[in-house]
Write a protein that binds this ligand. Structure first.
Ligand code: DAH
Length: 376
């Protein structure tokens, strides 16, 4: 590296002359002052403080000066740059304040102005359909009963005669709720209810003495992945009737009435033997396919997509309330009997409206909901 040039005369460096530095500073100050808005100020900033601005270039010259001249020129340029930056900051503050004030006025929204194009929303068809089913029973004198979604394991399983090692109690089917104190979640005694049947037990215990006629719509949970035919959160509707002298004929008549109310005159149901811990005997209930009314069966010329040409559509489970459930809920099985059924709302909505993918029901897109109408 060569030594500083002792004979170098700083006055000769045009850009570092005091009056030149002053001129550069004053030009910068004038440019900032005349910048009418933030855009103009940004331009002025680049022109007067950017790497190719006169003051930056002058600053670069300093390094070549002999020590004494370097100190003087450095001070001069430094002060000029300081003044320029200060003026820039001050002008920026003024222009930003002006902008903020203007935006507040220009972009003000009068939320009290009348607006006639509010897009109409729609209630979710799961809600409206569940209410419609409940209404069928309310019209027959049933009460709507509800229970908690975070449910005691006892109501969800024990009261309903599920034995302790019943597979439905496993972690892979049931969401167990963890204790606040961090105990193992399957020991907390609390689950997200896996069906609406625990509301049966609650209704019996709350009302004490039959007759009990309740319909229990609600949300239920199982550890399924969301796909075209499963969702971990879905809806069921449950029915419970406990009275003196109820038989399976009452159950069958009630089911037939329900499908006629929901799907039209002439609809009927059939029962197939099945097993549920809380009903005895238990059955799977089917309804006649409301599209082909059974005419697709054995008739290749008239295939039916809705029932797969089976003629029947599976609805859900039902049966006579197991006397053990009545006993667990303090009801005398010698005096009273009851029937119950439960089915999934999503499934029913799917075949009633040809919804092919269950995910459409949970994504909350109003384009799915709107065609079902604005029903309140
Ligand atoms: N809780 C059953 C389920 O989720 C459905 C069911 C079956 C409900 C039989 C009932 C019944 O009331 O009697 O699979």
């Amino acid at each position: 590296m060569s030594a500083p040039n002792k004979s170098y005369d700083p006055v000769e460096v045009e850009a570092l002359k005091p009056e030149e530095i002053e001129r550069m500073r004053d030009e910068a100050l004038a440019a900032f002052e005349s910048a009418a808005d933030l855009d103009a100020l940004t331009h002025a900033k680049t022109a007067h403080t950017g790497p190719t601005s006169p003051l930056s270039l002058a600053n670069r010259e300093i390094g070549a000066l002999p020590p004494q001249a370097k100190a003087e020129a450095g001070k001069r340029v430094g002060m000029a740059r300081g003044a320029v930056n200060k003026a820039l900051a001050a002008r920026l503050a003024v222009l930003e304040a002006e902008r903020d004030e203007r935006v507040l006025v220009e972009e003000a929204v009068d939320v009290t102005l009348p607006y006639d194009r509010t897009p109409a929303g729609a209630r979710h068809p799961l809600t409206t359909f569940m209410e419609r089913v409940a209404d069928v029973f309310v019209a027959m004198g049933y009460e709507v009963a509800e229970g908690p979604e975070a449910e005691a394991e006892w109501f969800n399983f024990d009261a309903l005669n599920f034995v302790p090692d019943h597979p439905a109690r496993q972690m892979q089917d049931t969401f167990f709720v963890q204790d606040a104190d961090g105990a193992k979640s399957d020991e907390s005694g609390v689950v997200l209810r896996t069906h609406t049947s625990p509301v049966q037990a609650r209704a019996l215990l709350e009302r004490r003495e039959p007759p009990v006629y309740v319909v229990c719509p609600g949300r239920v949970y199982r550890t399924d992945e969301l796909d075209a035919t499963h969702t971990p959160v879905f809806h069921q509707i449950e029915l419970l009737a406990v009275d003196e002298g109820l038989t399976m004929a009452d159950l069958k008549g009630t089911l037939d009435h329900m499908v006629q109310a929901l799907f039209g005159a002439g609809m009927k149901t059939r029962l197939r033997p099945n097993y549920f811990p809380f009903t005895e005997p238990s059955a799977e209930m089917d309804m006649v396919c409301y599209v082909c009314r059974g005419e697709s069966v054995g008739n290749p010329d008239r295939p039916c997509r809705t029932c797969g040409s089976e003629g029947w559509i599976e609805l859900g489970g039902c049966g006579m309330v197991n006397p053990k459930v009545l006993v667990a809920c303090g009801v005398d099985p010698q005096k009273y009997s009851g029937f119950a059924f439960g089915f999934g709302i999503e499934r029913m909505l799917m075949f009633r409206h040809n919804v092919e993918d269950m995910r459409d029901m949970v994504e909350g897109d109003v384009r799915f909901t709107r065609p079902f109408g604005m029903e309140i």
